[in-house]
Design a protein around this ligand. Structure first.
Ligand SMILES: [Zn+2]
Ligand SMILES: [Zn+2]
Length: 163
């Protein structure tokens, strides 16, 4: 999350809190919310604090959902599905489940550091080969192959060298 996003969230939170406060004051002033005379000072304060807690909890859940959405996308999982599971799951059980089953982060390209799609032979950002290339036909081969699966030529034992 960037600094701008955090500032925006904090702003939205404060605005909602002020709106809740205004509604409460109007409610007490117009007699819409009825309290005993000695509660006229303590009542609004307690209600404001309670509203702040509820709003804080909602914001925490939304922030976690946004983080899971981005994290799942980086790991090649279904982002929206996991965000919903984490937000709607009771007692943060969805978050626990997500942390248990999430896939490892995709390895970045050794040449340019960008994230690679799973099983890619070439980096889509800088074209660096991610597997050994056959010297005869330039076909990428699996890491443990000793001979080219395409033309049968013997493969060098050297790991891929990013160009
Ligand atoms: Zn690259
Ligand atoms: Zn070959």
């Amino acid at each position: 999350m960037t600094k701008k996003t955090i500032l925006r969230l904090a702003g939205a939170y404060l605005l909602t809190l002020m709106a809740a406060w205004a509604v409460l004051w109007w409610g007490f002033g117009s007699g819409w919310i009825r309290v005993a005379p000695h509660d006229r000072v303590a009542g609004p304060i307690i209600l404001t604090i309670a509203a702040a807690f509820v709003l804080f909890f909602l914001f925490a859940v939304i922030c976690i959902g946004v983080w899971v959405h981005g994290d799942a996308r980086r790991r090649g999982m279904e982002p929206l599905l996991w965000a919903l599971i984490v937000i709607l799951g009771p007692n943060f059980l969805g978050l626990v489940a997500y942390l248990v089953v999430r896939k490892p982060l995709r390895l970045p390209c050794p040449s340019c550091g960008q994230h690679m799609p799973e099983g890619a032979s070439f980096c889509p950002h800088c074209r660096a080969p991610q597997r050994r290339l056959c010297s005869a036909c330039q076909t990428p081969s699996p890491d443990d192959a000793r001979f080219c699966p395409h033309c049968g030529a013997a493969l060098p034992d050297t790991p891929p060298t990013p160009s």
